[in-house]
Design a protein around this ligand. Structure first.
Ligand SMILES: CC(C)(COP(=O)(O)OP(=O)(O)OC[C@H]1O[C@@H](n2cnc3c(N)ncnc32)[C@H](O)[C@@H]1OP(=O)(O)O)[C@@H](O)C(=O)NCCC(=O)NCCS
Length: 307
């Protein structure tokens, strides 16, 4: 068998685009809620990259760049007809990056493409997912719990909810920092969270926020975001479920499910065909909750820290 040769991506962009097109066709055969793309060359990263050839034919490419202190490979950053060659390409690029943390996005359904990364000490850290919007079951206004019947309503959020939504974001951040998520993020002060959310209601064309009230208390929220298209993930006519959280003391009583059904129905009625969501696979709550709500992984973010 001819030996593997490694070239700069800039020398073989057409060949890499062909590999990417083949990879994406396999993805779409498994998950139709991905963008409809004919021409792949424009999606190839304009970043450091390498292509492996064997006997003159391209068999794999890998491209990415440093984002902060993490060498990052995005949705269009790798494809292969000979996945094992990705390990050779990683060996070359990792040395150029001189990084100790690596993050690689791979199609969730492509086991052959995931396997070489697994054998390079990568593990799953994060998932990008999608599902159809739907009218679903009724979100309900009453909730029966062991403690009795609680009046619940879901309503559009207003700036008066700032304190509540800042608290939800704080809850999520604290959860992500703790075991077993270990996000490594610095949790802002409550003032910092307020600052981040204060303009949200000024951008109704970008964000839509609903809150759940129970017994006159805001107990949960769901944030919808018009995530831009233009990558290999977001399909046409999609809305993103950017964040959801509930207070600790109502979890497991149906508030999160009601908010999700409400959001799916609202999106359906607004004419959105699909809803994307993402979560850290190391977050025990969200990584179980979203798949149970019908979200199907599109991509995995694989992560490695050295040593
Ligand atoms: C993820 C999260 C929003 C879910 O909210 P929640 O309020 O616990 O959700 P629910 O109580 O509706 O559902 C949780 C489970 O209880 C079940 N449940 C219990 N009582 C219920 C009831 N009376 N009615 C409906 N569902 C009920 C649900 O079916 C669900 O189980 P399942 O997923 O196995 O089907 C919540 O765990 C949370 O805030 N996590 C921290 C923040 C976070 O990680 N957010 C996601 C990142 S964007």
């Amino acid at each position: 068998m001819p030996s593997l040769e490694i070239h700069p991506l800039s020398d073989l962009r057409d060949e890499a685009a062909r590999l990417l097109g083949e990879r994406f066709a396999r993805q779409r055969a498994t998950e139709p809620l991905l963008p409809d793309i004919d021409e792949f060359a424009p999606y190839l990263p304009d970043e450091e990259g390498v292509v492996a050839t064997r006997g003159g034919a391209a068999v794999a490419y890998l491209a990415g760049t440093m984002r902060g202190d993490i060498a990052t490979v995005g949705f269009a950053g790798c494809a292969a007809s000979e996945p094992e060659a990705l390990r050779d390409l990683y060996a070359v690029l990792a040395e150029q990056w001189d990084a100790s943390r690596f993050s690689v996005a791979v199609p969730a359904s492509d086991e052959a493409l995931i396997d070489p990364w697994f054998r390079m000490a990568f593990g799953c850290q994060f998932m990008w997912a999608v599902r159809e919007t739907a009218r679903e079951t009724d979100a309900g206004v009453h909730l029966r719990t062991d403690a009795g019947v609680h009046l619940r309503r879901i309503r559009p959020s207003t700036p008066d909810d700032l304190e509540a939504v800042a608290e939800f974001d704080e809850i999520l951040s604290m959860l992500q920092v703790r075991s077993p998520s270990y996000s490594g993020m610095v949790v802002p002060t409550r003032d910092g969270f307020r600052g981040e959310w204060t303009d949200l209601w000024d951008e109704p064309e970008t964000y839509t926020l609903y809150v759940a009230e129970q017994d006159d208390r805001v107990v949960g929220h769901v944030l919808l975001y018009r995530r831009p298209e233009g990558d290999l993930r977001v399909p046409e006519n999609n809305i993103d479920l950017a964040q959801a959280a509930t207070l600790d003391d109502v979890r497991g009583s149906g508030v999160g499910v009601a908010l999700t059904h409400y959001a799916l129905r609202w999106a359906h009625d607004e004419g959105f065909r699909s809803m994307t969501a993402d979560w850290r696979s190391v977050n025990l709550l969200s990584s179980r909750f979203w798949p149970r709500r019908g979200f199907r992984p599109q991509y995995l973010r694989l992560y490695r820290a050295v040593p």
